[in-house]
Design a protein around this ligand. Structure first.
Ligand code: FRU
Length: 489
C-alpha cells in the first residue's frame, strides 16, 4: 500500500468517525437500503456473487455530500438483505486515478476477484484523461492495484470514456464502456481480451446517430450488456435526452434496449429504448448473474445534478442510497423487475390483511397499516374508466392509478427543497397489483409484479407515519402490509 493510499484511507475513516453520530441520528436515514457511511454515494459498482458471497461496491465521496474524487466503498452479504460493511476497496491514490476511482465492474478471473474501473484524471486546466484500470483480490476484501489496462482512447472518441462492464463468454472476456464521439454523440463501445490485460477495441455497440438510432444524447454512462431468456439486453444511462410527454422527465435517464450483439463487429442493432424506472430517482444501474442463474440489478437512487444540493440529509453529512436488489426477467416483451425473494425476510411478522376494502373518496386509514418501514401489497385492483385508486404515504408521496386516455399511474411529491408538487407518470396496460416498499425516506413501487417501477426519495414531516387510501373502484381490493425490521445477521 502506498503512503498516499494509507493517508486517504485514514482520512476517510476519520470522516466516518466524525460524522457517524450525526448520520445515524438522521430520521431520514434508511434501515434496509445501502447508504454511505458518511458523504455521498452514487453508482453501484463491481456487483457480483463471488464464492457464495454477494459483493457490492459503490462510488463514494467520504469527504463531502458533493461529487469528487471517488473511492470504492464495499459491502457484502450472504442473503441480499443483511449488508456487512467491508474495508474500503479502492482509494484514488495513484496518478492514473487521482481525481477518482470511477465506476466499473467485477469478475472472477482465474480464481481472483478482479475489478476493472475507470481512473479519472484532470490536469490543472481541467482537461480530462481516462484510464481503465484493474485491481485483484485473493480474499475479496483487500485489492492490489495493477494500474491501467486500457490507457489510450480509440480514434474519434473523447476522454468521456468510462464505466467498463465486463463479462466472460467461451473463454473470451468482453467489456462494454460508456463513450462520446468527437462530435459529442453518446455511445457504448465493445472491447475484447483473451487474458484480461490486453484489450482490443472491437467497435461501437450502439449510440446517438448510429443507425438505427437518431439523436440520443451527448454521453452514455454505465452501459451493461447481458442475455436474459435468450435475448440480448443493453442497459445504458444516456445524458442529453429531451423530455418527451411523460418520458425523460428526470435530468438524466436510465433504460434498456433489446437487440442482438454481433461479437465480431460489436454492433447491437437496438430496438426501442425503455426507461427502467418511472420515479424521480434512479440512475446508473448494474446487473450481475448470481449462482442460481438470477440476473439481479441494483441502481443508484439518485440522479446527477438533480436537486443534489437540496437534500435535507446534507445537514446530517450524507446523501443518496442504492435501490433494493431486483431480479430481472423478460416476459411478453417487457423487462420485469421483481424485488428479490429474500426481501421477505425483512417482514417483522405476519402481515395485517384487510380483505375487500370498500371504496371511499374520503381518505381513510386501515388499522395496523402505518409506520416508517413498511411493505404494502394491494391485490385485485380493478379501476373503472371514471374511477381511481390513491394512496398517500406519510402525507407527502401520493401514488394514484386512474384513467386518462388509458390507464395512468402517477407518483406525486413535493419538490426536494421546494414547495411545488411534482409528478412522474407511467402507462401500464392496466393495474392489478401494487407492491410498495417504504424505508424512512424512500419509496419503491412495483406495479403488476414489477412490470413498471417507481423509485423515489421522499422527505415527509418526520412525525407523519400515516398511510391513507382513497378512491373509487369496482371490485374491492385486498390490502396487506408488513412492518419491516432492521436486517441483522
Ligand atoms: C454516473 C457516473 C459515471 C462515473 C461515476 C463517477 O453516475 O458519472 O459515469 O464513472 O458516476 O462517480
Amino acid at each position: 500500500m502506498t503512503d498516499r493510499e494509507k493517508q486517504l484511507l485514514e482520512e476517510a475513516e476519520q470522516a466516518r468517525r466524525n460524522h457517524e453520530g450525526s448520520v445515524g441520528a438522521d430520521p431520514y436515514r434508511q434501515q434496509f437500503h445501502v447508504g454511505p457511511p458518511v458523504g455521498l454515494i452514487n453508482d453501484p459498482n463491481g456487483w457480483i456473487q463471488w464464492r457464495g458471497v454477494y459483493h457490492l461496491f459503490y462510488q463514494w465521496n467520504p469527504f463531502a455530500t458533493t461529487h469528487g474524487a471517488k473511492f470504492w466503498g464495499h459491502v457484502s452479504s450472504t442473503d441480499l438483505v443483511t449488508w456487512k460493511e467491508e474495508p474500503v476497496a479502492l482509494a484514488p491514490s495513484e496518478w492514473y486515478e487521482k481525481n477518482g476511482c470511477y465506476s466499473g465492474s467485477a469478475l472472477d478471473v482465474n480464481g481472483d476477484l478482479t475489478l476493472i474501473y475507470t481512473g479519472n484524471v484532470k490536469d490543472d486546466q481541467g482537461n480530462r484523461s481516462s484510464y481503465q484500470c484493474t485491481a485483484v483480490s485473493k480474499d475479496g476484501i483487500t485489492f492490489m492495484k495493477q494500474g491501467p489496462a486500457i490507457d489510450t482512447l480509440p480514434d474519434g472518441y473523447t476522454a468521456h470514456f468510462r464505466d467498463p462492464k465486463v463479462w466472460e463468454e467461451a473463454g473470451v472476456y468482453y467489456l462494454v464502456i460508456g463513450a462520446q464521439t468527437e462530435d459529442e454523440e453518446g455511445c457504448a463501445l465493445l472491447y475484447r481480451s483473451d487474458d484480461f490485460r490486453t484489450w482490443e477495441f472491437v467497435g461501437p455497440v450502439a449510440g446517438s446517430n448510429l443507425d438505427p438510432l437518431g439523436d440520443f444524447g451527448y454521453m452514455w454512462e454505465c452501459p451493461d450488456l447481458f442475455q436474459l431468456n435468450g435475448t440480448d439486453i443493453l442497459i445504458v444511462s444516456p445524458q442529453g435526452l429531451e423530455p418527451d410527454g411523460i418520458h425523460y422527465l428526470n435530468t438524466y435517464q436510465a433504460g434498456w434496449f433489446k437487440g442482438e450483439l454481433d461479437r465480431k463487429t460489436g454492433r447491437f442493432n437496438p430496438g426501442a429504448f425503455h426507461e427502467l424506472d418511472r420515479g424521480f430517482e434512479f440512475y446508473a444501474p448494474q446487473t450481475t448473474e448470481d449462482e442460481y442463474g438470477r440476473r439481479i440489478m441494483v441502481g443508484w437512487m439518485g440522479v446527477p445534478e438533480q436537486a443534489e444540493d437540496r437534500h435535507p440529509t446534507i445537514s446530517h453529512h450524507w446523501i443518496h442510497c442504492l435501490t433494493l436488489p431486483r431480479e430481472l426477467r423478460m416476459q411478453d416483451g417487457l423487462l420485469i423487475q421483481k424485488p428479490v425473494k429474500e426481501l421477505e425476510k425483512l417482514r417483522a411478522g405476519k402481515g395485517v390483511e384487510h380483505k375487500e376494502v370498500t371504496r371511499s373518496i374520503a381518505p381513510f386509514e386501515l388499522e395496523g397499516i402505518r409506520g416508517r418501514t413498511l411493505e404494502i401489497e394491494v391485490r385485485n385492483l380493478q379501476i373503472p374508466g371514471e374511477g381511481y385508486f390513491s394512496m398517500m404515504i406519510h402525507g407527502e408521496g401520493r401514488l394514484t392509478v386512474s384513467h386518462e386516455d388509458g390507464c395512468l399511474v402517477t407518483f406525486e411529491r413535493t419538490e426536494i427543497g421546494g414547495v411545488n408538487r411534482e409528478r412522474r407518470y407511467g402507462r401500464p396496460r392496466s393495474v392489478e397489483t401494487l407492491r410498495v416498499f417504504i424505508d424512512h425516506s424512500s419509496v419503491e413501487v412495483f406495479v403488476n409484479g414489477g412490470e413498471m417501477v417507481f423509485t423515489s426519495r421522499l422527505f415527509p414531516d418526520i412525525l407523519n407515519d400515516s398511510i391513507t387510501f382513497e378512491g373509487d373502484w369496482h371490485e374491492n381490493p385486498d390490502i396487506e402490509a408488513w412492518s419491516l425490521k432492521t436486517p441483522s445477521g
